[in-house]
Write a protein that binds this ligand. Structure first.
Ligand code: GAL
Length: 713
């Protein structure tokens, strides 16, 4: 047994340590994404210590793997590990981090498993590898650590528990070796920020990416698509992006990446016409190349030993294969104005009646095996397509169904064929610990109520999308509730300046724009107080019960923050009231104006016409009119600073051209809005340009107005 300790793990940045265990094999997520850590932003966060000594980490070489062991406190919840649908706190569970599109059990397998674990004690550990890693999150007890009370008589002892308290994390690492990184806090969100900044910062979508998205049925023609898009405008429903599904390819499953001239007679004019009406086109694709594709023969030397659906599985870790993919996509899609992709099915499935994927033993010309390529496949597509757009100084924003570590800077949002609304909200929460974004996309609903509840949630998510590929649903499909849907699509547009600013903070400071509750200040105190109160009737609260999420204690994985000042607590079909945990401070119902004292759990009741959203007292939120789409090229919009409540406050507004990467060379600005009481005691507002490095084409700098002391929007 070796102490991993200080001679292996070296400080590499403020609050970041890195070291190699054995000899890392193959391409790793950090190498592939290849972004420089944002050292200046890390410096601004300052140095921080880990809550344990480096020498507390031990490594043990086993016959076919390496085990890394680290200590745990009894009351330490564990978060992260990527997009997780079934649990947010992994304490007491084993997580097998394999890419899989159809996880049916709570094993850790998912579209986007990320070997980055974050502790409520305020630190994180990342394993940078293309192999599958298993995290035993306090789910294993070694003989030497067993406590006498671990062995109880279940026949007579009602306190017997199946999941015992373990005081260590054991991580099963690839046997050849890998790189391990540690990120200090001191708080949970600080550890997440350091991880994001080390991976190159968060992504900043083009401004249009934050508008509404609609995907048309899979075999729609150009005319049908245009007709549907025009219907949005006629009805005045916001929409910025139209997504095309498999039918646009001349052959699909496997795909050609070439336009079907039967359905799209003149793709260039189609894309242009859509653009003139303010719609961006997003193209669906998957990785498996049809024998009918022009690039098939060229890709053959660079493909793996196995096929999927009769298509080649190219080895995109090879520059030659990347080149072929990029050249064709640039020429046939980017050049005519396509705005981005939905990279589907780069994950694989083992469902009994629906199994497809190349095997783990598949051989690839680069020397990687099937396990490694499957773990990396989603990342390979994200980086290749982002590179293509970067080369043309255009930002893209799109969808991807598989991801891994180091993805925070990638302009991609995850989605799934799974469709449980509650799980979709949990996924939004869980992904925020690992530099991932998630869309709880809406498809057909069980009924009108389910439809409204899902549409309300999606409007408060990283990508607001109706995915009608299979059912042809439209925002106005349920006429009786059309007004509610329109209202939330419009509210999303009104919040665009606020959302864009939250993403800019993700980009530059690593702060997730959408945050699970443990990432929100004041959460831990409020949740512990609630745990205490709720178990007091049942005599004692065991701190480990809270950490293990036992005895029905809530994780609050059904509510989340958007930016610093909004808190969203969705309702699900069949519910008209729920508990909401409000962090300390005063809060207002964003649309009801009702005041709530934070630091506690409140019970709210709400009709179908509203989703419970709360705004922090003192918040100063930049809003704009509910236009139907972000104009191209950017014009300007008037901004209204909305101040809430009875205390002074400060708001932020980030601005740039909204479309290019010029902001990276400083062509952007930050405006701070201060709301205060003037000498006469009435509210006053003042805008200050915080930072404009170089002049840029601005969007939010039209006319500015103020609303003071609001209690609701
Ligand atoms: C699925 C995807 C759906 C839709 C469909 C088209 O894999 O998750 O959103 O795109 O393919 O065949």
């Amino acid at each position: 047994m070796n102490v991993l300790g200080s001679e292996c793990l070296q400080p590499v940045g403020p609050g970041v340590w890195s070291g190699e265990i054995g000899i890392p094999q193959g391409l790793t997520p950090l190498d592939w994404i290849g972004k420089e850590p944002l050292i200046q932003a890390l410096n601004n966060m300052g140095e921080a210590e880990l809550p344990f000594a480096l020498d507390d980490l031990v490594v043990e070489q086993m016959k076919d793997c390496t085990i890394l062991r680290m200590p745990l406190l009894e009351d330490e919840p564990l978060y992260g590990l990527g997009l997780q649908f079934l649990r947010m706190n992994h304490r007491g569970r084993t997580r097998y981090l394999r890419v899989n599109s159809d996880p049916k059990q709570d094993t850790g397998e998912t579209h986007a498993p990320v070997p980055f674990l974050v502790s409520a004690r305020g630190y994180g550990i990342m394993v940078d590898t293309s192999n599958i890693v298993t995290f035993h999150c306090g789910s294993t007890i070694r003989r030497e650590n067993q406590h006498p009370s671990d062995s109880r008589n279940r026949n007579t002892d009602s306190s017997w528990k199946a999941t015992l308290v373990s005081r260590c994390v054991e991580i099963r690492l690839p046997s050849e070796g890998c790189r391990v990184l540690l990120f200090a806090g001191p708080t949970v969100i600080d550890a997440v920020r350091r991880y994001n900044l080390w991976c190159g910062g968060g992504t900043l979508p083009p401004r249009w990416g934050l508008g509404f998205w609609h995907r048309v049925p899979k075999l729609y023609t150009d005319e049908e698509t245009i007709e549907e898009a025009e219907e949005f405008r006629r009805r005045g429903f916001p929409c910025d992006v139209i997504g095309l599904e498999p039918g646009w390819h001349s052959r699909s499953y496997p795909v050609t990446y070439e336009w079907s001239h039967e359905l799209f007679r003149d793709p260039a004019s189609f894309v242009k016409r859509m653009e003139q009406q303010g719609f961006r086109i997003n193209l669906w694709e998957h990785p498996y190349v049809s024998p009918e594709a022009k690039q098939h023969a060229r890709l053959e030397p660079y493909a793996g030993s196995h096929t999927v659906w009769g298509g080649l599985v190219p080895d995109y870790t090879l520059p030659e294969a990347q080149h072929i993919y990029k050249m064709q996509h640039e020429e046939e899609h980017l050049r005519i104005g396509v705005s981005g992709y939905k990279h589907d099915e780069c994950d694989g499935s083992e469902l009994t009646n629906h199994a497809w994927m190349f095997p783990a033993h598949a051989a690839f010309p680069s020397g990687h095996d099937g396990e490694q390529i499957r773990q990396l496949y989603g990342l390979l597509f994200q980086k290749m397509s982002d590179d293509m757009y970067r080369k043309h100084n255009r930002r893209t924003y799109g969808l991807v169904r598989a991801s891994n570590a180091a993805a925070s800077s990638m302009p991609y949002v995850l989605y799934s064929d799974l469709y449980d609304h509650r799980q979709f909200v949990r996924a939004l929460c869980s992904s925020s610990f690992s530099g991932l974004l998630w869309s709880p996309e809406v498809r057909k609903a069980n009924d009108q109520e389910d439809w409204v509840r899902r549409m309300q949630t999606v409007c408060f998510s990283p990508l607001a999308m109706l995915n009608a590929w299979g059912d042809g649903t439209k925002p106005w499909s349920y006429p009786e509730v059309e007004g509610i849907i329109r209202h939330y699509l419009e509210l999303r547009m009104r919040l665009l300046p606020y959302l864009y600013t939250a993403f800019a903070r993700y980009r530059f400071e690593g702060i997730p724009p959408f945050r699970a509750m443990p990432l929100v200040e004041g959460y831990a105190e409020a949740s512990i107080a609630y745990h205490r109160a709720s178990v007091s009737a049942k005599e004692t609260l065991n701190t480990s019960d809270a950490a293990y999420g036992r005895a029905g204690l809530r994780e609050w994985d059904d509510q989340y923050a958007v930016g610093d000042d909004l808190l969203v607590a969705p309702l699900f079909a069949g519910e008209s009231s729920r508990d909401v945990l409000l962090p300390s401070g005063g809060w207002y119902g964003f649309e009801t104006g009702e005041y709530y004292e934070g630091g506690q759990v409140v019970r709210i009741t709400c009709g179908l016409e509203q989703i419970p959203v709360f705004v922090r007292e003192g918040a100063v939120i930049p809003m704009m009119p509910a236009i139907t789409n972000v104009p191209h090229p950017a014009g300007t919009v008037p901004v209204e600073w909305c101040h809430f409540g009875d205390v002074p406050g400060v708001g932020l507004l980030y601005d740039d051209d909204g479309e290019t990467f010029d902001y990276e060379t400083g062509q952007c600005s930050w405006v701070k809005a201060k709301v205060y009481r003037d000498d006469s005691g009435s509210w006053s507002g003042m805008q200050q340009v915080e930072r404009t490095v170089r002049v840029h084409r601005s969007y939010f700098h039209g006319e500015t107005s103020w609303k003071f002391g609001l209690v609701r929007i």
